[in-house]
Design a protein around this ligand. Structure first.
Ligand code: XIL
Length: 375
């Protein structure tokens, strides 16, 4: 039945019985549906307390998101707070909620310079451990996570934020990183090989931020990433995908369609899938009038997504939360916070769960995208 027939049917029914009709009338398509129609996946970051404490929000997530990612509950400090104590409670709640609502899950993140538990940092940086033991610390964690969620997490950020050309290394790799300090660049090889062995069906990603804009620092990061990919591919490291975090700052960083499109094309040239993994649009630096900022963020999102989705390798778009109430940029600690307790306006829904122009821009970008072939 096409839409016109559906509506016609609805009209006939309307005169007969008002009540059931309201349920029968097709609601506006959700972002989840609009992405899925094109063979794309749209999803959101979440924390488990948001699923149990805020039923209205949980219902919105179930409708709007086809995929969830834990904002922090799969990071190592959350799952292994002590050497001999694991805590999967938050991660498991998210995975169970996703399963109950036919949503997929992205795994984030196995190996990162940040969010390591203090005991691990101390061991890795101290003199007491052999290199082999340090390698085991990484391998065991990767194996534990991929084994526990095998078959339920199709895509994992194996290594997060490996480059930072401002830290002085000629190769542009992040220097302040406990893993590279302990194991050298081989930590990346080790993590990917272990992940592949633990779940051969999972797609394995490198994930990076500050890589989207037409600025000199972003360009240096792109260069460092492409050189890293050359080395990894040369060594036969099983990298399947590249995650573009997309913590966008439209008032601070210039964006250029061609610059970004070229980078996506280069990633695609390595045979990689591309996921937009942590999308939000910081309104820091904008006008005091929230309507102005909302319009600007929507424009920036449409422009960014049009380029991202024009690349056939892009399959997934994850927002870093669905509503401003839960954005990391609204936290009092975040430097992006607005004065006077105002929330940052950076995600598709505002603090009261109302749709903003950003929501419509994301939907319109999905509507305009070319359909993906499956696989
Ligand atoms: C952030 C979360 O949003 C915060 O709640 C947490 O306290 C710190 O981490 N890059 C990443 C994400 O890969 O994991 C980070 O998430 C944001 C930057």
């Amino acid at each position: 039945m096409d839409r016109r027939q559906l509506l016609k049917g609805a009209l006939v029914l309307a005169t007969a019985a008002a009540e059931p009709l309201r349920a029968a009338r097709p609601g506006p398509a959700t972002l989840r549906d609009r992405a899925a129609r094109k063979g794309l996946t749209f999803g959101s970051a979440v924390a488990s307390y948001q699923l149990t404490g805020a039923r209205d929000y949980a219902a919105i997530l179930a409708r709007e998101a086809g995929m969830l990612v834990a904002e922090y509950e799969m990071k190592r400090d959350a799952v292994q707070p002590e050497a001999n104590r694991y805590d999967f409670s938050g991660a498991d709640r998210i995975v169970a909620f996703a399963a109950a609502n036919q949503m997929a899950v992205r795994g984030h993140t196995l190996c990162w310079y940040a969010a390591n538990p203090p005991w691990l940092e101390a061991d890795l940086t101290g003199p007491g451990l052999t290199t082999d033991r340090k390698r085991m610390y990484l391998r065991e964690h990767v194996r534990t996570m991929l084994t526990r969620y095998r078959g339920r997490i199709p895509e994992w950020d194996v290594v997060n934020e490996p480059v930072d050309p401002t830290q002085g290394r000629p190769d542009g790799m992040r220097a302040k990183n406990v893993w590279s300090q302990a194991l050298g660049e081989q930590y990346i090889d080790l993590a990917f090989h272990e992940a592949r062995a633990a779940d051969p069906h999972a797609r394995l990603f490198l994930n990076e931020y500050g890589i989207e804009a037409a600025t000199v620092p972003n360009e240096r990061k792109r260069t460092a990433i492409l050189k890293l990919l050359d080395r990894l591919k040369g060594r036969g490291v099983p990298v399947d995908g590249f995650g573009i975090q997309a913590h966008m700052r439209p008032y601070k960083d210039a964006f250029d369609d061609e610059v970004f499109a070229r980078f996506l094309d280069q990633l695609r040239g390595y045979g990689l899938r591309i996921s937009i993994t942590e999308m939000d649009f910081s309104d820091r630096g904008g006008a005091l009038d929230p309507a102005r900022r909302d319009a600007d963020m929507a424009t920036a999102a449409r422009r960014f997504l049009d380029v991202a989705l024009a690349c056939p390798a892009t399959r997934t778009v994850m927002a870093w939360g669905m509503c401003d109430r839960y954005s990391w940029l609204s936290s009092p600690k975040a430097s992006d916070g607005w004065p006077g307790g105002q929330l940052a306006r950076v995600l598709p829904l505002d603090g009261a769960l109302r749709r903003k122009p950003l929501y419509d821009a994301i939907g319109a970008a999905f509507d305009a995208a070319a359909p993906r072939r499956t696989a």
